[in-house]
Design a protein around this ligand. Sequence first.
Ligand code: PLP
Length: 449
Amino acid sequence: PAPSAATGAAVKAADRAHVFHSWSAQGLIDPLPVAGAEGSYFWDYDGNRYLDFSSQLVNTNIGHQHPKVVAAVQEQAAKLCTIAPGFAVDVRSEAARLIAERTPGDLDKIFFTNGGAEAVENAVRMARLHTGRAKVLSAYRSYHGATAAAINLTGDPRRWPSDTASAGVVHFWGPFLYRSPFHAENEAQECERALAHLEATIAFEGPQSIAAIILETIPGTAGIMVPPPGYLAGVREICDRHGIVFILDEVMAGFGRTGHWFAADHFGVTPDLLTFAKGVNSGYVPLGGVAISAEIAATFETRPYPGGLTYSGHPLACASAVATLNAMAEERIVENAAEIGETVIGPALRAMAERHPSVGEVRGLGVFWALDLVRNKETREPLVPYNASGADNAPMAEFAAACKRGGLWPFVNMNRTHAVPACTITAAEAEKGLAILDTALETADAHTV
Ligand code: PLP
């Protein structure tokens, strides 16, 4: 049927009848019925078009409905829809080759999963088996997924309801100058003190008991905190000294988002394991995985790897990854992300920080930016309390509603909005989105004191 308000209402009613939604009180949600999407936009049945400044869950790096990726999925579906992971398949091997070609250093073997959380689960399993140790260190202000180990590693309130004391996870503080737990006054102090804190945590936990340290290269959902120069190299050195596996989680930051293929490329650091998902194929078909170093791969050369998934390396997912990675190279999409960030988004957001009393800090690079919204620039009190809900969250809810009224779909988390459009966004589209954001920020300004 043609898009109409009546069709939209029917789609929503059908959803509410049987679909159980993630992270939600089922009786309190009002999902927008979506009729279609293309490039940087999606639209509903009522004629409203939204510029997607959230890239859904920060995954549509290549934009919606890229014709080359759509065609590749169609062609693969006609050829071979599914086959078990144990077989050798052309499209899976090619996806692995293209990923290995892009990952840093000697991360040349690829274990495929269906998404990011499973990638984290398997990276942790590999690290534990490789070292024979149990504990894993992860950072506060992080997100690693919603399955058992991944949610325990997560350093935000989504962990609390699923926390299991026996999970063998210890949290520490990463560097974040604007809200420093170390009372640092500049990036160099923050870096030095964060590394000293990590050293102390390891000393008191027992270095011989720690299998891995996992970090998002640039923490994403937690606020896009670009680490200070030297921090990741420092963590690498600490891991080497103690025989600890270094895992970088690039599920959100990888595949072009930061203006490089991987965020690790900005820092010249190679982890032992790198987890990916989202941008690898922009989520056209569920896919994630772990890129594995030569040394860890060697551990499982004669000893079986005790992990697997029915859909590991699914042909439709791999075909969409091959088409995505080739299109990103041919169309200079990673370069576009870097250029738009440097020439359009970064300067515009910094100018907004000057004008708006509610914008405490602007952070980011590529198409990966955060606005830290505050009630007061001097005190840096967040616009809404940490983990706000209900009435406490009203200023952020008003801000999001203003964006949507203007035709922009924003990413909102706690007291932050992130500008995370597709890596394919044009300068004109970015400028349009930034203008809507600029106007919507007036609602946040009204709550400053
Ligand atoms: N790791 C990071 C850094 C993420 O941002 C996410 C999802 O947002 C995940 C892991 C979990 O990925 P998934 O939702 O595909 O399981």
